[in-house]
Design a protein around this ligand. Structure first.
Ligand SMILES: Nc1ncnc2c1ncn2[C@@H]1O[C@H](COP(=O)(O)OP(=O)(O)OP(=O)(O)O)[C@@H](O)[C@H]1O
Length: 506
């Protein structure tokens, strides 16, 4: 049997020491290492800036000389604080520069020490600075946790009229027991709306349970929803309550209700009418008190017309209808949501990213968001992780978003009086169509090639020509390995946000 591995020792705090005097760096290195710190040395401002930029985690403590041949410690201070407010900076100065050091304190330095100083003095000051840094980091972590768990669980963000109207409707219907059908494209926020209805109702202290109606085979789905008696089928070793009874007093969301098999549609209708469930293998029906919400991204009316969804069940579910518009039809919401996600991920990842640069705002505004809010949320997480400055720029967004709005050449269908550069114009058309195809296929190039009516090899060549992507996705690898073409997603929003469009080749 494998024995348990000893847990790794806690990571030593990393200290960056910046000074052009090798002797002083050496003394500090020894002093800090004796205290159990990990030390990184930088002989000047430039290498210090590089170290700050490249460190996998921000340094909790930096000691920097104020005046160095290649610049000032103030630059080090500014870069450190831009990367993380949790970094504490101690300035080391000669007597003649005390004034400047005091000035630096206003820029956020923790303290300053005048040279020469004793190792004991510097060790005591550093310990205090590190304590402050760890308190700030801990506060930030807790704040991020709170933001993630509390208001966001049911808060509905969106400044536009559509989301305002939905918010008002939720307030009106939340206290009732009415069934609600929530429709909209994938990723528009249907589950979030259902959660908001539950949270604003007097059932909020009871469970809110979600079941994906298309996820299980029919037999298992029945037991998942209504429970089963012990031994009622092979594998039913114990009795199970089922979702409806587990949620007693609360709310059940039937997600993807359009995919519920026909036999279960009849049983669900009975539950809604009689407010009773019959567990698989049970002789009697049992009463349940559950509010039912249903969501789907299918066109339910079309499903009813095609005979795939029972009309009587449709009427039962559709008592109140909430149609969630796609993000591209919610002007104003994109930037507001983007900023909110950005704040959340910056707090979670401990990065000092504070806003969106003008070019990134334009690109986001122009993007159609086939994956809706989910796509935007994932995009912001990636952008915050990549960002190296205080604002998200165009380069931090996926190529497919950045490329469309950053295009230098206009699209022409008529020859301008002054003529045009035909190759450039045609190249731009090609680039845009390729980006859109990749967007639609979630970055799967085999599928994109098919959409564009070209071979995979030809698409690869064109991608290289436009410096768009050089890496295969897993799906491309699979497709190449088995010789099959990847299947295209079923709709524009399919699977969005779970896969990433390729990064621009640099
Ligand atoms: N108004 C909003 N404010 C903040 N976050 C939102 C909002 N709408 C959606 N989101 C976030 O977007 C993501 C997708 O939302 P949700 O799962 O509710 O969409 P959905 O329409 O139910 O998707 P699907 O049809 O694929 O199940 C979630 O992470 C959710 O928290």
């Amino acid at each position: 049997m494998a024995s348990a591995l000893p847990s790794p020792p806690p990571l030593a705090p990393r200290v960056l020491v910046v000074d052009d005097e090798p002797g002083l760096r050496q003394v500090l290195d020894i002093t800090f290492r004796r205290q159990g710190y990990d030390v990184v040395q930088a002989p000047g401002v430039r290498p210090a800036l590089e170290a700050i930029r490249q460190a996998p985690q921000p340094f909790p403590l930096i000691l920097t000389d104020l005046l160095m041949p290649d610049g000032s410690g103030i630059e080090v201070l500014a870069a450190a604080k831009a990367r993380s407010q949790a970094t504490e900076v101690l300035l080391m100065t000669a007597h003649s520069t005390v004034e400047a050091a005091i000035e630096a304190m206003r820029g956020g330095a923790y303290d300053f020490v005048t040279k020469p100083f004793s190792p004991a003095e510097i060790a005591a000051l550093s310990a205090k600075a590190l304590e402050k840094s760890s308190i700030i980091s801990e506060n930030r972590r807790l704040r991020a946790q709170l933001e993630r768990l509390e208001p966001s669980a049911h808060e509905l963000l969106g400044a536009g009229a559509a989301m305002q109207a939905i918010g008002e409707l939720i307030d009106k219907i939340a206290p009732t027991r009415t069934t609600v059908l929530i429709t909209g494209e994938s990723g528009t926020g249907k589950e979030r709306i259902a959660r908001a209805i539950h949270e604003r109702s007097d059932r909020s202290k009871r469970p809110f349970l979600v079941v994906n109606c298309g996820a299980l085979p029919e037999a298992l789905m029945e037991s998942e929803l209504f429970g089963h008696e012990k031994g009622s089928f092979t594998g039913a070793g114990t009795r199970a309550l089922g979702l409806f009874r587990e949620a007693d007093g609360g709310t059940v969301l039937l997600d993807e209700v359009g995919e519920l098999p026909a036999a279960l549609q009849v049983k669900l209708l009975r539950v809604l009418q009689e407010r009773k469930v019959r567990p698989v293998g049970a002789a009697a029906e049992l009463p349940v008190d559950v509010r039912v919400l249903a969501a789907t991204n299918r066109d339910v009316e079309a499903e009813v017309r095609a005979g795939r969804f029972r009309q009587d069940l449709y009427y039962r579910l559709n008592v109140i209808r909430i149609e969630v518009p796609p993000l591209r039809e919610r002007p104003g919401d994109v930037l507001r949501l983007a900023e909110r996600f950005l704040q959340r991920f910056a707090a979670e990842l401990g990065k000092e990213v504070r806003g969106l640069a003008a070019d990134a705002r334009r690109a986001l505004d122009a993007h159609p968001f086939p994956g809706n809010v989910r796509e935007l949320e994932n995009m912001m997480e990636r952008a915050v992780a990549l960002a190296s400055g205080p604002a998200i720029g165009l380069g931090d967004l996926p190529a497919s978003v950045a490329g469309l709005s950053a295009s230098p050449s206009p699209l022409l269908t008529e020859l301008p009086p002054a003529g045009c550069a035909l190759d450039e114009v045609l190249g731009e058309v090609e680039r845009r169509l390729i980006l859109q195809a990749l967007e639609r296929t979630g970055g799967v190039r085999k599928a994109a090639a098919k959409l564009l009516g070209v071979t995979f090899r030809s698409l690869r060549y064109r991608l290289a020509k436009h410096a768009l992507s050089t890496e295969d996705t897993d799906e491309d690898d699979d497709a190449e390995a088995t010789g099959r073409e990847s299947s295209l997603p079923g709709g524009p929003g399919d699977d969005f946000g779970h896969r990433r469009p390729p990064l621009p080749g640099k």
